[in-house]
Design a protein around this ligand. Structure first.
Ligand code: UDP
Length: 238
């Protein structure tokens, strides 16, 4: 496994390779995919529960360009770029999954479910739940998931909420794949637009997202922290 910035990345060459590996392992215990970006990397180094979740995940992949840039600065082979939206689209296109969506606001997840079900009929669409339930409803949400026994659970609640739920599902489900997908349901439901390909290609998708949702500006403090950590590792390796 390629190791970078203290994280072991999954040995995957791209979407088809990862989709094949996930399909192969969907029956032998519940397994988790983390699509890691620099923001989650910074938080995982400071929040021990999130750090443990990332360390425990069966597949950690690099979502976006930040970690690939870090690899280049450190002179390491870059992990394949696997974004949440593209991974989900790829898996659903291949088909054969029993799918549940958990997360986002109630109308958003309902719309994402409806559109995805129409676009990818080659899967069994078991159900969905929004991501704004309180502590008192948590057990009923989990029981519903366990009862329906999906083999693909997409959890879009942001970190660390989605990671907490996936950690619980790891104990409660006998099989299946869980993926933390962050804000993907907002994109699938059409609430936010995906950045144009050329913006993705130059690694600026995050800036496009901030432009659409300026509340995210307050979250950009991770950028200097991440760059500092990369440079510190570069100096330490000399
Ligand atoms: N969200 C949720 N429950 C919460 C807080 C957030 O379901 O208690 C949803 C939110 O509606 C959004 C998603 O979490 O759809 C992703 O949040 P964020 O933008 O933090 O994730 P990112 O895309 O940065 O991974």
């Amino acid at each position: 496994m390629p190791k970078l910035m203290g994280i072991s990345f999954a040995d995957v060459t791209g979407y088809s390779d990862l989709a094949r590996q996930l399909a192969q392992h969907k029956s032998d215990g519940f397994k988790v995919v983390v699509t890691l970006n620099p923001e989650i990397w910074v938080r995982a180094t400071r929040e021990s529960e999130l750090g443990a979740h990332v360390a425990q995940a069966e597949w950690v992949v690099a979502d976006g360009s930040g970690l690939r840039l870090a690899a280049r600065i450190l002179g390491e082979p870059a992990p394949a770029k696997i974004t949440g939206v593209d991974l989900v689209s790829h898996l659903l296109r291949v088909g054969g999954w029993k799918v549940m969506l958990i997360g986002a606001a109630p109308p958003v997840v309902a719309e994402a479910f409806r559109l995805l079900k129409d676009d990818y009929p080659n899967n069994q669409w078991l159900g969905f739940h929004h991501g704004y339930y309180g502590l008192s409803d948590r057990e009923s949400v989990i029981s519903k998931i366990v009862e329906l026994a999906p083999d693909l659970v997409l959890v879009g609640m942001g970190s660390p909420k989605q990671d907490d739920l996936l950690a619980t599902l790891r104990q409660r489900l006998k099989g299946g794949i869980g993926i933390g997908v962050g804000g993907c349901f907002d994109v699938f439901a059409g609430k936010f637009e995906r950045a144009p390909r050329w913006i993705q290609a130059i690694g600026m998708e995050w800036a496009y997202r901030v432009a659409q949702d300026p509340k995210r500006l307050t979250r950009l403090g991770f950028i200097p922290r991440f760059l500092f950590a990369v440079l510190k590792e570069k100096v330490a390796r000399r």
